[in-house]
Design a binder for this molecule. Structure first.
Ligand SMILES: [Zn+2]
Ligand SMILES: [Zn+2]
Ligand SMILES: [Zn+2]
Length: 306
């Protein structure tokens, strides 16, 4: 009896396993499985891509940003290297931009630039120097304002030496103001005469974002120079100015040797400070890490890009 029962159970159990197997085959793929399949399909499509147009569908799909970044990195050089396809690369950038994917458009422009741009790098060395100069001027002006304010609030009847110090700070502020506008104009002229299409477009797109300078590469650069990004004070993220000025002044940015917070932290008397920061802008051999970091930071990368 017991034997019969056991033998009867076996086929029934086998049948049920069988029907489960059939059921499994008929079940549609899960969300994860179908996403995986789509990703594999796009990965292959990009690996065999011949023109920038082949990248459009995968880059506009519902895939995550990390996968899309990887797709741009993995696309064959030929997609961006053939100069006949330049217009198609520009179209791809525009379509990504229109779909609010500025970051991806910047990555496309960066790949195109590395493959096609001339080895002359003086143009962006000049732009970086102007950027550093503008930041130095703003930070120096803030330092002067802080010193002047301290003198004014400490003493009601100011002694003659203090009065002349106050006048000296005010003179410095005036001269920094005119230096700012001279440098600002020069910056515009230099960026407007950029000949590289990819760099010019990338620069324009980068500067549309007011927090562009907070990309990982420039934060790291600031921190390694002993700047505020290496501490928790947050000076680089907020306005550097103590007073309200007219529009058009770039009041945010990374530290220079004129940053009041850095001077205080490092115990430096800023009284006779001269701007030597631009002398530190150096490029190594073609495409060394430092040079590429500056190229990404000042032209191609946005906040959130590492
Ligand atoms: Zn600082
Ligand atoms: Zn600080
Ligand atoms: Zn910083």
């Amino acid at each position: 009896m017991g034997n019969r029962n056991t033998s009867m159970k076996l086929p029934s159990s086998a049948k049920s396993d069988n029907s489960r197997a059939t059921q499994f085959q008929q079940t549609p793929p899960t969300y994860e499985e179908s996403t995986q399949n789509v990703m594999e399909k796009y990965k292959k499509q990009v690996q065999h891509a011949e023109t920038p147009e082949d990248l459009l569908e995968p880059l506009l799909s519902g895939m995550g940003i990390y996968e899309k970044r990887k797709l741009i990195e993995d696309a064959p050089d030929v997609v961006f290297k053939d100069m006949d396809l330049t217009q198609k690369t520009l179209n791809l950038e525009t379509q990504l931009e229109d779909a609010n994917y500025d970051e991806l458009a910047q990555r496309v422009a960066y790949r195109y630039h590395l493959l096609n741009a001339a080895s002359n790098r003086n143009w962006y060395k000049e732009l970086i120097k102007l950027d550093v100069t503008l930041r130095w001027i703003i930070q120096r002006r803030t330092w002067c304002e802080q010193k002047a304010k301290a003198l004014q609030t400490c003493q009601r009847d100011m002694s003659s030496p203090d009065l002349s110090r106050l006048e000296a700070y005010e003179e410095q502020i005036k001269s920094l103001n005119s230096r700012y506008w001279v440098t600002h104009r020069k910056q515009w002229i230099e960026s407007d005469k950029l000949r590289s299409i990819s760099a010019k477009r990338a620069l324009t797109r980068q500067r549309k974002h007011t927090d562009w300078y907070l990309s990982g590469v420039l934060r790291e650069d600031c921190a390694k120079r002993g700047g505020c990004c290496g501490r928790s004070c947050g000076c680089c993220e907020r306005t550097r100015m103590t007073k309200v000025y007219t529009d058009g002044v770039r009041d945010r940015g990374h530290c220079t040797t004129a940053c009041s917070c850095c001077l205080e932290t490092h115990g430096i008397d800023g009284e006779h400070l001269e701007m030597k920061d631009v002398d530190e802008v150096h490029f190594g051999p073609l495409r060394d890490d430092h040079t590429l970091r500056l190229l990404k930071g000042y032209i191609f990368y946005l906040n959130g890009m590492e």
